[in-house]
Design a protein around this ligand. Sequence first.
Ligand code: GLA
Length: 373
Amino acid sequence: MKKQTLLLMTAAISFFTACENKPADTVTKPGITEKPFGVFENENITQYTITNANGMQVSIINYGGIVTDIITPDKDKKMGDVVLGFDSLSGYLQKGNPYFGALIGRYGNRIAKGKFVLDGKTYQLPLNNNGNTLHGGVKGFDKVVWQATKLPGDSSLQLTYASKDGEQGFPGNLQSTVVYTLTADNSLQISYTATTDKATPVNLTNHCYFNLSAGKEGTILDHEVMINADKYTAVDTVLIPTGQLPDVKGTPMDFTTAKKVGKDIASVKGGYDHNWVLNRKGNDLEEVATVYDAGSGRFLEVFTTEPGLQFYTGNFLDSTLHGKNNWVYAQHAALCLETQHFPDGPNQPTFPNTILKPGETYKHVTKYKFSVK
Ligand code: GLA
């Protein structure tokens, strides 16, 4: 009996340890390791884990270029996984996976009625969100296999994807390259480039869902967020921009000074799911947002070259998805900070240009830097 109790206790302890830390078999020396992660459309899917000298780890799969894990230390140096996701490929393939950790393209966020006119021609995209096109259509860049290459230096994984002319209704063969780098200062840097042979809308981003408590807190309502933006793009009832850029001052949209996500969320119908117009000095990497979780002490800083930030508070999570470590994802279990050009750019003449032409190179760099305080 005693032995049984002991065994049970040992099992319970190892379960909770596993929830918090990576399994013991994970190699923690700096470099990139690989492990099989299933098969999709007859192609092998591999999980690549980049480890830096501090023991921070980022895992990425070549299906959808998905960031499956980000393991960072808390203020007591305990490692924990700060992104939502699944243990296996089937989790990511299931209907209703809300783009956990994925690369988003060819056009991040919404294009009204899936329609735009370019050089006098009207293009119609598949409609997958209330009569509009969301995140590149029915089979966006989050649902394709990327070609992965480990770059010299042991800290970067390069992913490439060749999207064909006409794919999901978009014009032009688009060659996209995304490089994920885990730096020595605990940053995940994502560099995007793309070229095309016909003019086409391009807006690439990443859709990580962050919960800095690593699951200790069931929601992010107590996370403190700062967004360096005086304006946001107002939207209609189906989240299509109206073209107006209201001031955040004096409204629940004001994150110019850090505040808890939960402070004003009740006054925003459906929760936060908007694009903020970032205050920028130029076109270089600039710090645009921060997130702080007092419980774990984890602090996340977001740097980007992009003009916009979609701050989404996991409003559509509804406890139907069971993620890693037996965590059931309730509403607001995590938040997304999608650096981007503005939604519906191709139909909004006053928004920053989203049309890439032959001979040009689309460039976007975003850095998520993790520390504690
Ligand atoms: C973006 C959108 C949201 C939602 C999520 C995915 O953040 O703006 O409305 O679609 O992606 O669920």
